[in-house]
Write a protein that binds this ligand. Structure first.
Ligand code: MN
Length: 702
C-alpha cells in the first residue's frame, strides 16, 4: 500500500520542497474530509485520491494537479464548498477540483447524448485548463483498475463510458498508454468471456512463437549492428481490445492477426530511422503497399513513426515500427509527455495552458507540414480554443481568425491587397456571401478583381481590427482621390470659362493662394472643392484676381459621367436621369448633388455661381438611375403583375411598387423604375401606355 510519504519521496525527484509540502497538506485535508468514508473494497477512501495522485506523479505532473488529485472528490463526496478549498489552497487548485467534479457529475446515459452534449461540456473544461482532463483521466484509470469490486451493472456502465468517452479522449490527446489500459480494462469488464478467450489464445500463441520471436529479434539487432546503427529492438504485443476490434472490424481470424510478428526499433534521431528502414528492407523483402511514413505525415494526434511490413524467414510477416526516443515518448504519453520533460518553473494556470497550447500548436505544425490537418483541427483544436476559427487557404495554409470572422477578415489577413481588391468569395468551393461568418475547417477562396475597391458596407460585419483599419484607410484614400479629381474638373471648368486653366496659372500664384487658405498642397485645395467645402468659382476668381479683369459667368456645363463615386450623388427629391437638364449643387461636406434644373428645392440658389454649377451628361454616361412614375389606371385583377411585365419587356427594373389610392374604379400605382436614360424611360412609358385601361402616366418630381 503506497503511503503519502512514499509519494512525497517520488515527488521530491522533480518538485521543490515547498511544492511537495503543499501536496502533503492537500493529502491530509482530503484524509480528514473523507474521514469515515470507505471504498467498496473496504479501504479508507483517501487511498483512492492518493492512487490518482500517484498516476499523475508517473507523468511528472505539477504540484497543483497533484493537489487537485488529492482533493478531487472532496466537493462531490463531502459537501465541502469550492470557496473553502479556494481559501485553503488557492483559486487554481479550487478551479481544478471544481472542473473535475463537474465532469464527474455528468451522466453519459445514452451514446448519442454522450457524444454531443457532454463532449462539448468536456471540451469547455479543456479550454479552461487541460489539467482538469488529465486529473479526470487519472481518476478514471484508478477506478478502472479497481473495477472488480463493483456490482455487474455498475461495472458495465463505467466500462462502457470509459470505452466511449475516456479512451477516445486519451487517444485525442495522444496518450497511448492510458488509452490502451482503458480499452483492455473496459473490454474485460464489458465482455469478460471474450476477453478471457482472447487472453488465453494470445498466451498460447506466444508460447509457440517464442523461439521464432527471439530469432527475428536477433536477426534485426544483428542487421543494425552490421550497419553500425545503435537502436533498441523489442517485440511488440498487441493489446487484447485491439485484437478484438480487428477481428470484428476487419473480420479477420484470430490466427491471421496473431501470425503477424510485431517489433519496434527505437533509435536516437530521425535520420537514423530512415537508415534503419533501409537496413531492414535489405534484410527482408518489404510487403508492397504496407510502408507508411508517419514521420513525414504524422497521425492526427501527433503520432510519428515509420511502419513497414516484411516477409521474414519462411515467409512470416513482420510488422516493424521505427521511431526516435522522443517520438516513442510522445506516442506513449501524448500531451502528458510535456510535463515529463519540462521543468515546472511556471506554476500559473496560464503557463500550463500555454504548454498545452504549445503541444497543440506543435502537433498542428507537424500536420501542416504534412498538409493534412483537417482531421486534427476538427478534433482537438476547436475544442481547446473556442474563441478562434481555423480556416484553410486554397493552398492549404491555415489561418487563425477570431470567432465570427468573415471572408473579408480572411482576405485582409492574407494580404491587404487581397482585402482591398476582394469582390466575392468561395467557401468550400461554393460562392458565399462575404458577410458569412466562417466555420473552422472550411476552405476559403477570395475572388478579387484588379481595380476593385473596399465597400463601406463591409464595416458592418468585419471582426478583425486589421480589416477595419484597412477598409477605413482605403475608403478615405478613395474619397480623397475622387474629391481631388472632381475638384480639379470643377476648378478647370470655371477657369476655362475665363480662357485659363490650372496649368496656365503661375506656380507662385498657386502657392500664394495655398498660403492664404493655410493649405499644404494643391490636392488639399482640390479636395476641398470636390467635397463642396469651397466653391470653385470663388477659388478661380482669386487665382485670376491679379489679372484684374471683371469675371463673367463661366459658360458651358461640366459633363457628368456617372462614375464620379462618393463625391457625386443624385438628389432624391427630383431623381434626375441622363438626358434631363441638370445642375449641380455644391453642398459642404457632401460633395456635389445633381438636381433637375427646374427642381424646386434649388430654385432660390440656382443662379448663384458659388453654390450651383451648370452640368451636362457626358456621352458615355453609365449606370442605372431610378425614376418615380405615377400610373393612373382602371382597376383590374392582377394589375401589378401586368405593370411589372410591361416594365420588364422594356428592359426596365422595378425597384419599388406601391398602390396609393383606389376609388373603386381607378387605381393609382407608384413605381420606382431603374433605367439608363431618358430614351430608355420613354420606352418603358410607351410599354406601360400600351396596357389596357391606363389613363395617365406621370413622372414624379419634387
Ligand atoms: Mn475519484
Amino acid at each position: 500500500m503506497p503511503s503519502i510519504d512514499h509519494l512525497a519521496d517520488r515527488l521530491s525527484t522533480y518538485l521543490g520542497k515547498d511544492q511537495v509540502n503543499l501536496v502533503r497538506r492537500a493529502y491530509f485535508y482530503a484524509e480528514q474530509a473523507h474521514d469515515g468514508q470507505r471504498r467498496r473494497s473496504g479501504e479508507a477512501y483517501v487511498t483512492h485520491p492518493l492512487a490518482v495522485a500517484n498516476i499523475l506523479a508517473d507523468m511528472h505532473m505539477d504540484h497543483q494537479s497533484l493537489m487537485a488529485a488529492m482533493l478531487h472528490d472532496v466537493i462531490e463526496d463531502t459537501g465541502i464548498a469550492k470557496e473553502a478549498l479556494c481559501a485553503q489552497f488557492g483559486e487554481t487548485v479550487a478551479e481544478l477540483v471544481d472542473g473535475v467534479s463537474k465532469l464527474t457529475q455528468m451522466n453519459f446515459e445514452t451514446k448519442a447524448e454522450a457524444q454531443a452534449e457532454n463532449f462539448q461540456k468536456m471540451a469547455m473544461a479543456m479550454a479552461r485548463d487541460i489539467r482538469v482532463i488529465l486529473v479526470k483521466l487519472a481518476d478514471r484509470l484508478h477506478n478502472m483498475r479497481t473495477l472488480e469490486v463493483l456490482s455487474g451493472e455498475k461495472r458495465r456502465r463505467i466500462a462502457k463510458e470509459t470505452l466511449e468517452i475516456y479512451a477516445p479522449i486519451a487517444n485525442r490527446l495522444g496518450m497511448h498508454n492510458v488509452r490502451i489500459e482503458f480499452e483492455d480494462l473496459g473490454f474485460k469488464a464489458m465482455y469478460p468471456m471474450r476477453s478471457e478467450r482472447i487472453f488465453q489464445a494470445v498466451k498460447r500463441a506466444r508460447g509457440n512463437r517464442k523461439e521464432l520471436v527471439t530469432k527475428i529479434e536477433q536477426s534485426l539487432a544483428h542487421c543494425l549492428a552490421v550497419d553500425g546503427i545503435e537502436g533498441d529492438v523489442s517485440g511488440r504485443q498487441k493489446h487484447l481490445y485491439g485484437i478484438y476490434k480487428k477481428m470484428r472490424g476487419k473480420r479477420r481470424a484470430f490466427t491471421e492477426i496473431m501470425d503477424v510478428y510485431a517489433f519496434r526499433i527505437v533509435v536516437d534521431k530521425v535520420d537514423t530511422c530512415y537508415r534503419v528502414l533501409g537496413a531492414v528492407h535489405n534484410l527482408y523483402k518489404p510487403l508492397p503497399g504496407r510502408f507508411k511514413d508517419y514521420i513525414a505525415i504524422p497521425k492526427a494526434n501527433g503520432y510519428q513513426s515509420l511502419h513497414t511490413t516484411l516477409f521474414g524467414m519462411h515467409g512470416v510477416p513482420i510488422e516493424i515500427q521505427i521511431r526516435t526516443r522522443e517520438m516513442e515518448e510522445m506516442a506513449n504519453n501524448g500531451i502528458a509527455a510535456h510535463w515529463l520533460y519540462k521543468s515546472s518553473d511556471d506554476e500559473q494556470p496560464k503557463g500550463t495552458h500555454a504548454r498545452a497550447r504549445q503541444w497543440v500548436k506543435g502537433v498542428l505544425e507537424m500536420q501542416q507540414r504534412a498538409g493534412n490537418s483537417l482531421e486534427f483541427i476538427e478534433s482537438v483544436k476547436i475544442d481547446l480554443f473556442p474563441d478562434e476559427v481555423y480556416v484553410f487557404t486554397p493552398k492549404g495554409r491555415i489561418m487563425e481568425l477570431p470567432k465570427g470572422s468573415t471572408a473579408v477578415d480572411f482576405a485582409y489577413a492574407v494580404h491587404t491587397d487581397v482585402g482591398n481588391s476582394c469582390i466575392a468569395c468561395r467557401i468550400n468551393r461554393r460562392l458565399a456571401p462575404l458577410s458569412e461568418p466562417l466555420q473552422s475547417g472550411s476552405t476559403v477562396e477570395i475572388v478579387s478583381a484588379p481595380g476593385a475597391r473596399p465597400n463601406p458596407a463591409w464595416l458592418n460585419f468585419v471582426v478583425t481590427g486589421k480589416a477595419r483599419t484597412h477598409i477605413r484607410h482605403a475608403l478615405k484614400l478613395q474619397r480623397r482621390s475622387e474629391s481631388v479629381s472632381l475638384g480639379e474638373r470643377l476648378l478647370n471648368k470655371v477657369l476655362n470659362g475665363f480662357e485659363s486653366s490650372l496649368d496656365k496659372i503661375p506656380h507662385e500664384r498657386v502657392l500664394l493662394m495655398l498660403g492664404e487658405y493655410r493649405l499644404e498642397h494643391i490636392d488639399d485645395l482640390l479636395e476641398d472643392i470636390g467635397l463642396g467645402n469651397r466653391m470653385a468659382y470663388v477659388v478661380a476668381r482669386r487665382l485670376l484676381a491679379t489679372e484684374g479683369e471683371q469675371l463673367p459667368n463661366p459658360e458651358g456645363p461640366l459633363a457628368i459621367r456617372g462614375t464620379e463615386g462618393l463625391v457625386l450623388s443624385y438628389a432624391k427629391c427630383c431623381t434626375p436621369i441622363p438626358g434631363d437638364p441638370i445642375v449641380g449643387h455644391l453642398s459642404a461636406g457632401k460633395g456635389m448633388v445633381v438636381h433637375l434644373e427646374n427642381c424646386r428645392n434649388i430654385s432660390e440658389i440656382r443662379h448663384n455661381p458659388e453654390k450651383c454649377i451648370q452640368l451636362s451628361w457626358a456621352k458615355d454616361v453609365t449606370g442605372e438611375f431610378n425614376v418615380e412614375l405615377r400610373v393612373e389606371l382602371e382597376h383590374q385583377r392582377g394589375l401589378i403583375a401586368l405593370l411589372a411585365s410591361s416594365v420588364n419587356a422594356a428592359d426596365g427594373n422595378i425597384e419599388k411598387i406601391s398602390m396609393d389610392e383606389r376609388d373603386g374604379r381607378i387605381s393609382v400605382v407608384q413605381l420606382v423604375v431603374s433605367v439608363h436614360d431618358r430614351i430608355h424611360l420613354a420606352r418603358v412609358i410607351k410599354k406601360l401606355r400600351a396596357l389596357a385601361g391606363v389613363i395617365r402616366i406621370t413622372r414624379m418630381r419634387a
